[in-house]
Design a protein around this ligand. Structure first.
Ligand code: ADP
Ligand code: MG
Length: 356
């Protein structure tokens, strides 16, 4: 049971900043995800927690005890990597037991724990297979069992699903989440896949250029993004540039075609000027009266369609169509769009920060 505290961490590679003044608290037993585009510093931060990377300044503490000076082997960490990193000449069971051999665990105890770890990832029936006789997904299950068997204080996973195909990735999310919950191990998970992050995490830290942009549960980040980067990175969104005006104490945004939205109850009352309005596709509906638009295309996805329409001023708006109509929207068809005003978020156009 371990709580992780990161305070004012900084990391440079040859004078180039990779992590800048980063502070985070990860709760005991939490499934915490570092999410961000390639190169934003996720692996660097994970390796700092593991002890593989030196640190320019700041503190890493486990349960209040600084571990900066502890080598990786003393930090009691389980790790899972993208490439599985199993020993090719050892069976699944031997790979898993390997982690225990450097610890003084008796034979019956060790056998029981290996069995339990393999069962928790649904691999107990393949315990005698060699890695070469397993699929990628099965190898990653064994790698996870090997990390869990040592009953680590902290479990670190770096893009563990990136080498798997789409269907398997979704299945493996459930395995990872279930095994983590069952073991109750504090987990830091790294991914660049926002959907995966939302599916598995208790909380997510969104990173960009070595800086944490926002921390929170998936639903909070999706509904109240702190800035434009987060709004675009988590889920899809339409960003429209408009102007917010103050009139008789009310904050009004003219969306066009006479559609004026009163945002007084949700917005910083002192703000006026150019804003970016973030509109999730599910907040847009085709209606009788609204913003005039013309259909660009419709992509049929089974349960629903993604439709793109162009406003008179040229801006593209994407929306979702769940009704199963006899025929799809046709290119050039006229449509009117309305927005669910409770689902909109607003950013200062000059800074990109939320003004809500
Ligand atoms: P991510 O895991 O989010 O893709 P990384 O932590 O691997 O990002 O990298 C963050 C930044 O640090 C990148 O600009 C990368 O090029 C740089 N970097 C990572 N590892 C090294 C290294 N060993 N030497 C020099 N630069 C590195
Ligand atoms: Mg990485």
């Amino acid at each position: 049971m371990t709580k992780i505290a990161l305070r004012s961490l900084r990391k440079e590679y040859n004078g180039q900043v990779a992590i800048e003044d980063l502070s985070l608290e990860i709760e005991d037993g939490e499934f915490f995800t570092l999410l961000g585009p390639s190169g934003c510093g996720k692996t660097t931060l994970l390796r700092m927690i593991a002890g593989f990377n030196s640190i320019e300044s700041g503190t890493i503490a486990f349960d209040g005890v600084p571990v900066n000076d502890q080598p990786p082997a003393d930090r009691n960490i389980g790790m899972v990597f993208q490439n599985y990193a199993l020993f090719p000449h050892m069976t699944a069971a031997k790979n898993v037991v390997f982690g225990l051999e450097t610890r003084s665990v008796g034979r019956p105890e060790s056998e029981r724990r290996v069995q339990e770890a393999l069962a928790s990832v649904h691999m107990d029936h393949l315990r005698d297979r060699l890695p070469g006789q397993m699929s990628g997904g099965q190898q990653q299950r064994v790698a996870l069992a090997r990390a869990l068997v040592i009953q680590p204080a902290v479990l670190l996973m770096d893009e563990p699903l990136s080498n798997l195909d789409a269907k398997l990735r979704v299945e493996m999310r459930d395995t990872i989440k279930d095994a983590q919950r069952k073991a109750g191990i504090t987990t830091v998970y790294v991914t660049h896949d926002q959907e995966e992050a939302m599916a598995v995490s208790d909380r997510i830290a969104i990173m960009n250029l070595g800086v944490v942009q926002q921390v929170g549960p998936p639903s909070e980040i999706y509904r109240n993004p702190a800035n434009r980067f987060v709004a675009e990175f988590i889920g899809k969104t339409n960003l429209l540039q408009r102007v917010l005006t103050l009139k008789d104490g009310a904050s009004l945004v003219d969306m066009g075609d006479g559609a004026v939205i009163d945002v007084s109850s949700v917005i910083d009352p002192t703000f006026s000027g150019p804003v970016i309005v973030s509109i999730r596709p599910e907040a847009v509906a085709a209606a009788a009266d609204g913003l005039k638009a013309e259909i660009v295309d419709e992509t049929f996805l089974g349960s629903h369609s993604q439709v793109r329409a162009q406003l008179d001023n040229g801006e593209l708006v994407e929306f979702l169509e769940f009704s199963h109509r006899a025929s799809l929207w046709r290119k050039g068809e006229k449509v009117s769009l309305t927005f669910n005003s409770e689902m909109l978020t607003f950013f200062d156009a000059s800074t990109g920060h939320s003004i809500m």
